[in-house]
Design a protein around this ligand. Structure first.
Ligand code: NOJ
Length: 577
């Protein structure tokens, strides 16, 4: 991941519901459903168009549930589907309790939840608490006059003088974060686009309105929320300027928008965020009978900060995303080892959720070398799905869809790309339509229809239909890993111990189930063959007889733990017995 804004966005959420009608009706278990779950992120505009308008929709997703099930997915995270002017493609919400007509209706949503439930798949909604659209009636009313009863629902302040905003704070999406309103001669704060005014979370009425949104969707059967930008809910009430970030030589760091990078200390991760998270959790727990899960978009600096997002009393997020692996951006064994070990040892009993890819950052192919990409895709899939905890991946990762950014400024749809061009091309490249077939519209929309973003030319080889016919495809690899997570005790319940911790080429780890079963993973992170040896004493008493569960195509499956040679970017998964 490389985007500047990603470093400051935080948040996520989720929840599960047990309400009449559309609710998930399974009984509560001692082990919550989300422990070890596979969560599949869908960008609904780009997954499947069912009505030939070039935009993906809810009925399209429903039609693809069997495919999603075949991946071993337990929950789908839908990026926002609420009515929206679509300035930020749904993250600017104008009505929190309805569906944007482009995506369908509430009845379509209910059908999706019900059909998913039949397949034991839960639906997690995206919940944007930090800001609304400027077209939301709350903001329209707030902006109407200084004495509006909703004035204090947003963050309005006087400027420092004519044309001068209240302070130096910037928008994550580039340039100043204060927008002047001529009608009332004040400025409003927007951490993201000007069309996304920040709500004032110091106003209890705002909080209550949002808790009602949670209740609404849980009653409709959603299994939880991914809480958007959750660390940005509060700003310093004293409005102090933020500091500038300096490089090693003391010079200010300039961001992709050509401005000094600010340190984000007054507008991100303020302690009050935790008060809100506790409340959001309480509401979710009450409304769902403790079935709902809250996933957080939590860009934080280290594992200690991530741990705080679970709450001191385990009363905040159940699954704040661990996004650090996504910033390694190269196949650096030591770095992966450290971060995965951190997740294992630094979160106490909490559930880790390693995340590599999403709709805001270039896809997995940023790790590719254009020679061994399919095998590199297998390495990354194995890291994400073979490590302990829940796992999340982004639609299309499973077939190896690659980042396909626009090549001309006039084609850019994401305003981040418009503001940041050419240095920052925006996020269109990772939001292109799902590649189902090799037909001209990739099976995403009807023949002859122009999709909202162009279909990448890679679709001729990289598509679901062709990979389903190849037993050695990346898709087959994802399906195998997904299936093993369900059936293999060590992959399901095992802890995660790093082995060969000074090996600079191969990442090796052991999953040990309480039942005594163990599975060993080894991934070659290099383009050369690598020998792997194991010290039996380091295997924690496990037997050294092996059965190969999975190996990269072309990789010789080992019959013992001695003399293993991994092919370039080769992976082996071995059951020990
Ligand atoms: C994070 C979301 O993932 C991103 O897509 C969005 O632009 C910002 N939050 C603002 O809501």
């Amino acid at each position: 991941m490389t985007r500047a804004f990603a470093k400051v966005c935080t948040g996520l959420a989720l929840a599960v519901a047990l309400t009449a009608g559309t609710a998930v009706a399974e009984p509560s278990h001692a082990v919550p459903w989300w422990k070890g779950a596979v969560v599949y992120e869908i960008y609904p505009r780009s997954f499947q168009d069912s009505n030939g308008d070039g935009v993906g929709d809810l009925n399209g997703i429903t039609a693809r549930l069997d495919y999603i099930k075949s991946l071993g997915v337990d929950a789908i995270w839908l990026t926002p589907i609420y009515p929206s002017p679509l300035i930020d493609f749904g993250y600017d919400i104008s009505d929190y309790t309805a569906i944007d007509p482009q995506y369908g209706t509430l009845a379509d949503f209910d059908r999706l939840v019900a059909e998913a439930k039949k397949r034991n798949i839960r639906i997690v909604m995206d919940l944007v608490l930090n800001h609304t659209s400027d077209k939301h009636p709350w903001f329209q009313e707030s902006a109407s006059s200084k004495t509006s009863p909703k004035r204090d629902w947003y963050v309005w302040r006087d400027g420092k003088g004519p044309g001068k905003p209240p302070n130096n704070w910037q928008s994550v999406f580039g340039h100043g974060g204060w927008q002047y309103d001529a009608k009332t001669s004040q400025w409003y704060w927007h951490k993201f686009y000007a069309e996304q005014p920040d709500l004032n979370w110091r106003n209890p009425k705002v909080a209550e309105a949002m808790y009602n949104v949670e209740r609404f969707w849980i009653a409709r059967g959603v299994a939880g929320f991914r809480l958007d930008a959750i660390t940005t809910l509060f700003e310093d009430p004293a409005l102090q300027d933020e500091g500038t970030v300096k490089d090693a030589s003391g010079k200010p760091v300039i961001n992709v928008f050509g401005e000094p990078q600010l340190d984000d200390t007054r507008t991100n991760n303020l302690p009050e965020v935790h008060d809100v998270l506790r409340q959001v959790r309480k509401v979710a727990d009450e409304a769902s009978g403790k079935e709902a899960v809250l996933i957080g978009e939590t860009y934080v600096a280290n594992i200690a900060d991530l741990k705080k997002m679970y709450g001191a009393q385990d009363d905040e997020l159940q699954m704040p995303m661990d996004l650090q692996v996504g910033f390694i951006n190269k196949l650096d064994v030591a770095r992966f080892r450290t971060l995965i070990a951190d997740a294992e040892t630094g979160l106490g009993a909490h559930e880790p959720l390693l995340v590599l890819d999403n709709h805001d950052n270039p896809r997995w192919d940023r790790y590719g070398d254009n020679v061994h990409n399919a095998d590199i895709g297998r390495v990354l899939a194995t890291v994400i799905l073979g490590s302990r905890g829940a796992a999340m991946y982004y639609y299309g990762d499973e077939i190896g869809m690659v980042t396909t950014p626009p090549t001309r400024k006039e084609d850019v749809r994401d305003p981040v790309g418009v503001t940041g061009w050419p240095k920052e091309k925006g996020r269109d490249g990772e939001r292109t339509p799902m590649q189902w077939t090799a037909e001209s519209t990739a099976g995403f929309t009807a023949a002859g229809v122009k999709p909202w973003l162009p279909i990448p030319s890679s679709m001729t080889l990289t598509n679901v239909a062709s990979e389903e016919s190849q037993p050695n495809s990346l898709l087959a690899w994802y399906r195998q890993l997904g299936a093993l997570r369900k059936t293999n005790a060590a992959m399901r319940d095992g802890d995660d111990v790093m082995l060969n911790t000074i090996d600079a080429h191969v990442l090796t780890w052991l999953r040990r189930a309480p039942s005594g079963e163990a599975v060993l993973f080894a991934c070659n992170f290099t383009a050369e063959p690598q020998k792997v040896g194991f010290d039996p004493k380091a295997l924690h008493g496990y037997a050294t007889n092996v059965t190969a569960l999975m190996n990269t195509p072309g990789q010789v499956a080992p019959s013992s733990l001695t003399d293993i040679v991994l092919k370039p970017f080769g992976v082996i998964v071995l059951q020990l017995h």
